[in-house]
Design a binder for this molecule. Structure first.
Ligand code: G6P
Ligand code: ZN
Length: 583
């Protein structure tokens, strides 16, 4: 057995290592500075405490972006030096964020070991490559992201760090080959196990969904399917699940080979960045001329986000979670016993609220960020949840789950078409959505993003919106001057949340303007950007009348958009006459 020793390396604090909503995300150029990654990893070990780290089994993997392979070797050497007993690595360092969560919760090693946490190497939907982003976050034994108590400690530690432990003489481990490498250190044996990235996740999906009924749908000549992994890690799962398990054609996979730079693209599944899929589905200007598939979906870099499309039809993420919740009990075996509750983030449309009310389900509105759902799920209060930011998921893990969402939709399609596959007309994605609107009403919804705005200007814009809320008469005066056909604001506040599980209070979670007719305007600063500030404007209008639910969304929302831009003085503060991205 190869033996290794432990070196104590002197280091000094490096500024700016505060983990954001989803870990530490910086340009690769920042991460490759001497000691940058090492300081953060040691700060994490110290936050977890040496007692918990010693003897532990930890997972290390990610979306395969540039610098991951180097980072994995560094973390392995530091784990060995800190007395970790085992490191589990997905083959080639690949594990989607949801798969990491599944591995922490479900995987049992050959010797019966279970893992207690993971370093996930990803910057999610941000581009990758030598000039782009890298990221690292730590997930706990419940499979969810470290809570603020831990991330705050990590940050504090990065500000006072003096040394880190590393086993410099531990040889690099071949992470391309499945198997266990064992080493001997001062505290005993240390193993690195490289395992198949997909098996545990596939097994979990098979225990949730009825694969046989989805297989029937996918193999029906009436149905056609397309999945775009945007060269992210979802590709490592798509072939196994959609092609090998469910019988989809290989040609239905787009960009499903994971690449370190995501093929130079922006791995964010929305109408702007998933260009190829959008064209294939007959949406947007660059339609290919061929008949589009019945169903299309895309994932982000680490495969926790999803976008669902029908033929020439976009399903908003807010509608998607509402429709999944409305159909889950009938269409998905995992939920056959009923839903414990449902939840959405505050800026997500109220489509889910209406479903919850109609089906008499517990309902929660939480701040943006998946961790708030995790608390509810750990307490057994929530089964299905989702966010407008293309995240949908359930309590099967503690992360949002891009492939789960696609399987949920395929299950609903399979269920609705049980009788139609042999003979009869296919119920399409569009039919399902329109039927949902007819039953529950429609929440017209759009989001305007202003990216990389001057941080000072963004703050001023937000401060002005808060100030305005002290006089609704003034607000309504401004609105009347812009559009007489928009209803009036009856309430304005900054969203505040008291976690029903741990009682913690989160303030300043977005500025809300609530209208008499149920419409909403929400303004938030993004917590995930890596340059300048990103202002997000969320616009929503509820329409109950079934004869009016079929309008074009941008057209229906135009009056509210106009009001939002005037009220916020968007152009005055930011100098922008148009948003960077509209979703
Ligand atoms: C990440 C989190 C999501 C959250 C999103 C918001 O993806 O996991 O839970 O909705 O960030 O991003 P934003 O840029 O709007 O803060
Ligand atoms: Zn992601």
């Amino acid at each position: 057995m190869v033996r290794f020793s432990v070196t104590r390396k002197q280091t000094a604090p490096i500024d700016g290592q505060k983990p954001g909503t989803s870990g530490l995300r910086k340009k690769v150029k920042v991460f490759i500075q001497p000691n940058y990654l090492e300081n953060f990893v040691q700060a994490t070990f110290n936050a977890l405490t040496a007692e918990k780290v010693r003897g532990a089994t930890l997972v290390v993997s990610g979306d395969g972006r540039y610098y991951s392979k180097d980072a994995i070797q560094i973390i392995i050497k530091m784990a060995a030096a800190n007395g970790v007993r085992r490191i589990w690595v997905g083959q080639n360092g690949l594990l989607s964020t949801p798969a990491v969560s599944a591995v922490i919760r479900e995987r049992v090693g050959v010797d019966g070991s279970r893992s207690s946490g993971a370093f996930i190497l990803t910057a999610s939907h941000n581009p990758g490559g030598p000039n782009e982003d890298f990221g690292i976050k730590y997930n706990m034994e419940n499979g969810g992201p470290a809570p603020e108590g831990i991330t705050d400690k990590i940050y504090e530690n990065t500000k006072s760090i003096k040394e880190y432990l590393i086993s410099e003489d531990l040889p690099n481990v071949d992470i391309s080959a499945i198997g266990i490498s064992s080493f001997g250190g001062p505290e005993g044996q240390f193993d690195v196990e490289v395992f198949d990235s997909a098996s545990d996740y596939v097994k979990l999906m098979k225990s949730i969904f009825d694969f046989e009924s989805i297989r029937k749908l996918l193999s029906s000549p009436k149905f056609s399917f397309c999945y775009d992994a945007l060269h992210g890690v979802a590709g490592a799962y798509a072939k196994r699940i959609f092609v090998e398990e469910l019988g989809a054609k290989e040609s239905s996979l787009l960009n499903c080979v994971p690449k370190e730079d995501f093929g130079g693209g922006h791995p964010d599944p929305n109408l702007t960045y998933a260009k190829e899929l959008v064209a294939r589905m007959g949406l947007g200007k660059s339609s290919s001329g061929q008949e589009p598939p019945e169903f299309g979906a895309a994932a982000d870099g680490d495969a926790d986000r999803n976008m669902v499309l029908g033929k020439r039809f976009f399903v908003t993420p807010s509608d998607s979670v509402a429709i999944i919740a409305a159909n889950a009990v009938e269409a998905i075996p995992y939920f056959s016993g009923g839903l414990k509750g449902v939840a959405r983030s505050m800026p997500t449309s109220a489509a889910l609220d209406v479903v919850a009310k109609n089906l008499n389900l517990k309902f929660f509105e939480v701040p943006t960020g998946w961790k708030f759902f995790g608390n509810l799920m750990d307490a057994g209060m929530c089964s299905v949840c989702g966010e407008e930011s293309f995240g949908t998921g359930s309590d099967h893990i503690r992360e949002k789950d891009g492939i789960w969402a696609v399987l949920a939709w395929l299950s609903i399609l399979a269920y609705k078409n049980k009788a139609n596959l042999e003979s009869g007309k296919l119920v399409t994605v569009e039919d399902i959505v329109r039927q949902h609107w007819a039953t529950y009403g429609r929440h017209y919804y759009t989001r305007y993003d202003y990216e990389n705005v001057d941080a000072g200007a963004a703050k001023e814009l937000m401060a002005n919106l808060v100030k305005l809320q002290s006089s609704l008469a003034e607000v309504n005066g401004i609105i009347k001057g812009v559009r007489s056909d928009v209803s009036k604001v009856v309430h304005g506040d900054e969203f505040e949340y008291k976690d029903p599980v741990d009682g913690s209070i989160s303030k300043h979670q977005g500025i809300r303007y609530l209208f008499e007719d149920g419409s909403r305007l929400v303004f938030r600063l993004s917590g995930t950007g890596s340059e300048g500030a990103t202002i997000r404007l969320y616009i929503e209008q509820y329409e109950k009348d079934p004869s009016k639910t079929g309008r074009d969304s941008q057209e229906a929302l135009a009056p509210l958009v106009e009001v939002a831009l005037k009220l916020s003085k968007m152009q005055e503060f930011t100098g922008r006459s148009a948003p960077t991205v509209i979703t």
